[in-house]
Design a protein around this ligand. Structure first.
Ligand code: DQA
Length: 295
């Protein structure tokens, strides 16, 4: 994923003056500059396009087929009725994420329906200009999972797969300051492999800490501010936020992906989306006999 097209649909050229209480005060140029600056650390080329015309958006998508690896699109009002745009996204076949500045599910009834969503990887709405940044991250996460899925069969067993997943995720996302996998051994989580500062928590009883809570609750847990969460077992004073994603094999939790960030509020629903897909890949053909412990 080295080139991404960002498309803005009709009326988004008026951002800044258009209903700022809903869409924010930034102009379209300012939004584009923000997206470019905020995603610069990923080293991806971004192309920007805006049009008020359905056909022009479709033509741009057709041209993008051979130019870019993914698309982040705010279809604006086309979201709610343009089957032509939906068909274009499906026809072009590029990984595409639908984004909205406002939360379309908390507004008028007609905005809750998206005819575009079924042909997109996911929909991200309600984070103002960050929706686009999260869209770019979702495409990058998708590419990591696809790369892993492509390599998985040629990796030598479960142990190699767990290590490769940590490596790919850690390399792709600078906001991941500590990336690791714990495996469940009886009633304890045992640290299998990680990249980042050494953690004192190499074994965590189920139910303790955020890692242990994710197993006990059988759910992904996102903690925007670890210092405000009494469950947090401090590893590093620099850690500000965390996400823990259970790995299931044959409907049983066998371990979890644990990621810490030095940035506050670093993880959102789109991170959950691609990390749960990675966890799903790791749970396939999971064989505890193939695990090699470092300690
Ligand atoms: C929008 C939401 C749409 O319902 C609306 O028609 C837009 C903008 C958004 O970004 O919140 O033009 O896509």
């Amino acid at each position: 994923m080295n080139r991404i097209l960002i498309i803005h649909g009709p009326n988004l050229n008026l951002l800044g003056s258009r209903e700022p209480e809903i869409y924010g005060c930034d102009t379209l140029d300012e939004v584009n500059t923000y997206i470019r600056n905020t995603t610069a650390e990923y080293g991806v080329d971004l192309d920007f396009f805006q049009s008020n015309h359905e056909g022009a958006v479709i033509d741009r998508l057709h041209a993008a087929r051979t130019e870019v690896n993914g698309v982040v699109i705010n279809p604006a009002a086309f979201t709610h009725y343009s089957l032509a745009l939906r068909d274009a996204i499906a026809a072009v076949g590029l990984p595409t994420v639908e984004v909205h500045l406002s939360d379309i599910h908390q507004r008028e009834d007609f905005r809750r329906v998206s005819v575009i969503e079924p042909v997109c990887l996911l929909q991200i709405a309600g984070h103002r200009k960050d929706s686009y940044v999260y869209g770019v991250e979702a495409l990058l996460g998708h590419a990591v999972v696809e790369q892993f899925a492509g390599e998985a069969a040629s990796l030598a067993g479960t142990d190699a797969r767990l290590r490769r997943a940590v490596q790919l995720l850690h390399e792709r996302f600078p906001k991941f300051d500590w990336t690791g996998i714990y495996l469940l051994e009886g009633e304890e989580l045992r640290l299998h492999n990680f990249i980042g500062a050494p953690s004192p928590h190499t074994r965590i009883p189920v139910g303790q800490g955020i890692c242990g809570a994710a197993v006990a609750e059988e759910a992904t847990i996102i903690v925007p501010d670890v210092n405000a969460d009494p469950r947090y077992l401090a590893c590093s004073v620099e850690t500000r936020s965390e996400i823990v994603v259970p790995i299931y094999s044959e409907d049983r939790i066998v371990g979890e992906i644990d990621i810490d960030s030095h940035r506050p509020d670093a993880f959102h629903e789109h991170d959950r989306w691609y990390l749960e897909r990675m966890a799903d890949q790791l749970g396939r053909h999971f064989n505890f006999e193939e695990i090699v412990w470092d300690d």
